[in-house]
Design a protein around this ligand. Structure first.
Ligand code: BLA
Length: 502
């Protein structure tokens, strides 16, 4: 990568990270055609594995240890089964221990030999600890408690200096929502990062391959050798895949020497990551990584059921508010009084910070909204509207009003009486106002050749730029509940009208 060039977000998202053509040097890689003929290898394979590879050589004739030969044979046998898990064998070449991991990908068989620096006894001890951790996780009742417990447990059984839970938001930016760290490290808890820090192709890959590791940020990648003109090796599922140089610089700038991250995938969506940092070299053995992966799956299913319960209770809360509101509407002559009575509860149930109720030119404001602004907002709403009006950012508003809005950029308006220009309007402030941001990060990190963008502080500034003028988007559940409320309001208004007309 050129020295002095600044990173460009588009080129980042375009980087084909699944075909880097090279591996990290803590192991060697061989790849075969599906009939088992050698198709290519990492340039360090001959020295590391003590073999003399040649294109077209059958796997059984390479002189690999018997357990590796068996794993490759087994993988060839099940290669058409999309759900087949990678085959793993422990083996020794000379006096070096390896975990051999074999998987099939796009008509090829990929065999990786990853150095193992931890003894088998130690690995078993870790595995038992991991089992206990998983059991503890299942018992957590809230997402906060679950994440706090998970980062602590992962730190205990892997030994990383920092373990974070990173949670994606609807716009793909993310927050560090739980953290366990060495006492002398600056906290990242509460910080938010823009979507670009984990670009789209990386997020996509991480939903499929849920674990990745960089044991030594200072590594020099080892190129792959293959027949000239052959398709590049798809390394989406390779454990030794060389990672994006941009990302390596990002971590180096944070002072990180080793990193591992595990995906939390819920219903095929990347909900979050467990992100681990170490300030010195660290190679986590394959078996422990698999334990971390299982732990992340347990987290995913626990989070899923807690979220489902939460959604159900929000819907209940909203239904209670609705029932109470309808009762008041039937008793009160003026719907604005009834809405006023329940304004706090309606704001709480929909995550709004202000509410305006209006009908026949009369306006009632709840929350610290300037009175002049409430009038301007009411005037900006269309006549004869029957469905919700939704605005989430400054650009969604009529141009003449944008300057005047201040922080009030999110609007969800329910036209309960189109004839009388009757509206119940919920308002949200700009995200920058509501983020529990732990403070803009200090300039504690170094800056590498690609510039200040690749630092937490650069990220914060970038995030600030992207969300300027945007409120938290209205969630699907809030929109659905508001539609139900609107229907009830309209019904109550009609009942009211036929009563007064009778
Ligand atoms: C990948 N970026 C990642 C990963 C994380 C982050 C966790 C997954 C890889 C890993 O396990 O290390 C981001 N890491 C963070 C964040 C924190 C953290 C936010 O610890 C917060 C504490 N990254 C950038 C920019 C670009 C970029 C500007 O900041 C591009 C312009 C790219 N990030 C980038 C790429 C990958 C990545 C390409 C994929 C790396 C790979 O798997 O090859």
């Amino acid at each position: 990568m050129e020295h002095g060039r600044q990173v460009d977000l588009q080129s980042c998202a375009d980087e084909p990270i699944h075909v880097p053509g090279s591996i990290q040097p803590h192991g060697a890689l061989l790849f075969f055609q599906e009939d088992g003929q050698l198709e290519g290898w990492s340039m360090n394979a001959p020295a590391m594995l003590g073999i003399a590879p040649a294109l077209g050589l059958p796997y059984a004739d390479l002189g690999l240890p018997a357990d590796a030969v068996d794993a490759i044979a087994d993988c060839i046998a099940v290669r058409d089964d999309d759900d087949a898990a990678p085959l793993v064998a422990s083996l020794r070449v000379g006096d070096t221990d390896y975990d051999c991991v074999v998987h099939a990908e796009a008509g090829r068989i990929v065999a990786e030999f990853e150095l193992r620096e931890t003894s088998s006894e130690e690995v078993s001890r870790f595995a038992i600890k991991a089992h206990g951790s998983i059991d503890r996780l299942r018992r957590q009742k809230t997402i906060e408690a679950l994440l706090a417990s998970a980062v602590q447990q992962v730190r205990e059984f892997t030994g990383f200096d920092r373990v974070m839970a990173y949670c994606f938001r609807a716009d793909d930016s993310g927050d560090v929502v739980a953290e366990s760290r060495r006492d002398d490290l600056v906290p990242y808890l509460g910080q938010r990062y823009p979507a670009g820090d984990i670009p789209a192709q990386a997020r996509r890959l991480y939903t499929l391959n849920t674990l990745r590791m960089i044991p030594d940020m200072g590594y020099e990648s080892v190129p792959l050798y293959g027949a000239p003109g052959a398709a590049p090796l798809d390394m989406s599922f390779a454990v030794l895949r060389s990672v994006s140089p941009v990302h390596v610089e990002y971590l180096k700038n944070m002072g990180v020497c080793a990193s591992m991250s595990v995906s939390i995938v819920i219903n095929g969506r990347l909900w979050g990551l467990i992100a681990c940092h170490h300030m010195s070299r660290k190679l986590v053995p394959h078996a422990i990584r698999m334990a971390a992966d299982v732990l992340a799956q347990v987290m995913a299913s626990t989070i899923h059921s807690i979220e489902a319960r939460h959604e159900a209770s929000l819907a209940e809360q909203s239904a209670r508010v609705r029932t109470a509101l309808v009762e008041s509407l039937l008793l009160d002559d003026d719907p604005l009084d009834a809405l006023g009575e329940h304004a706090r509860a309606m704001m709480a149930a929909s995550g709004a910070q202000a509410m305006v109720a209006t009908q026949h030119g009369k306006i009632a404001t709840h929350g610290d909204l300037p009175a002049g602004l409430a009038e301007a907002i009411v005037a900006s709403l269309p006549d004869n509207q029957h469905d919700l009006v939704v605005r989430e950012m400054r650009a969604d508003w009529p141009e003449t009003l944008r300057e005047q809005l201040g922080k009030w950029v999110g609007l969800l308006a329910l036209p309960f009486d189109p004839l009388g220009h009757g509206w119940c309007i919920l308002l949200r402030v700009e995200q920058i106002e509501t983020v529990a941001w732990g403070g803009r990060p200090d300039k504690t990190e170094a800056i590498g050749p690609l510039g200040a963008r690749l630092t937490p502080r650069g990220s914060f500034d970038a995030w600030h730029e992207t969300v300027r003028g945007c409120a938290h988007p209205w969630e699907h559940s809030v929109l659905a509940n508001s539609r139900l409320t609107l229907a009830e309001l309209v019904r109550a208004m009609n009942a009211h009208r036929s009563q007064t007309e009778a």
